[in-house]
Design a protein around this ligand. Structure first.
Ligand code: DX5
Ligand code: ZN
Length: 220
């Protein structure tokens, strides 16, 4: 049975009750905390920065999966390691020297992730696939929670899966944006290993039960 990892996105939490929402994730069947950092330059939105991430990691008891939607991520790699990030994901579109950035992330003891926008072809990752622990396929245009899922994602997952197999790599495939019970099973069938869910979890009446449901239906 496949153990699909579920990563609730803190972006959709109630920031006035952040500790409560962190405890909810701690006590749920969720596997990771997905934490979105936006700079208002790479994406047209600003989320939160280091002090809030530090507060999250002080209370969180699960893997901290940081998704950087920022330009020049290299200059903050060390800081994110110190703040407790276990996975650090940068955008391919924001990295001129991606190979160097991946090595810098790993040198700080973190797992190295690469996120790609909906318009970016997965084949651009082929030459560094062995160096990537996690590919985050954006299934919405990054910047906001609660957007509609882009259907072309399934075909990107299958193409990426083939590249990973061809190179005998251990890369995980994460899907971020518009994930719900409507597409979760099909995403896992296509090859997804990690599902990020923000609005679907936090917008539901019972987030703990919604996480449990996602966990259950994706155990194929
Ligand atoms: C979007 C973020 C996502 C977002 C997902 O830029 O990277 O992680 O929080 O939220 P939903 O699940 O609501 O699309
Ligand atoms: Zn994200």
């Amino acid at each position: 049975m496949k153990n699909t990892l579920i990563a609730p996105s803190v972006l959709s939490a109630d920031f006035a009750n952040l500790q409560r929402d962190i405890e909810m994730i701690n006590n749920s069947e969720a596997d990771w905390f997905h934490v979105d950092i936006m700079d208002g330059v790479f994406v047209p939105n600003i989320s939160f920065g280091m002090p809030v991430l530090g507060a999250i990691t002080r209370h969180a008891k699960k893997t901290i999966d940081v998704h950087l939607m920022i330009v020049n991520p290299d200059q903050y790699v060390k800081t994110f390691a110190q703040l407790g990030a276990a996975n650090l994901t940068v955008h391919l579109e924001a990295c001129t020297h991606l190979h160097r950035t991946l090595q810098a992330i790993k040198a700080e003891g973190m797992k190295a992730g690469v996120a790609i926008n909906p318009h970016t072809n997965v084949s651009l990752l082929e030459d560094v696939i062995k160096d990537i622990d996690l590919v985050c396929i954006m299934s919405v245009n990054p910047g906001f929670g609660g957007q509609s899922f882009i259907e072309n994602t399934y075909s990107k997952i299958k193409q990426l899966k083939a590249i990973i197999a061809k190179h005998d790599a251990n890369t995980l495939i994460e899907i971020d944006g518009g994930v719900s019970d409507k597409n979760a099973v099909q995403l896992v069938e296509a090859g997804a290993d990690v599902l990020v869910a923000g609005n679907y979890v936090f917008g539901s009446d019972n987030p703990t039960a919604t996480i449990a449901e996602l966990k259950k239906i994706t155990a194929l």
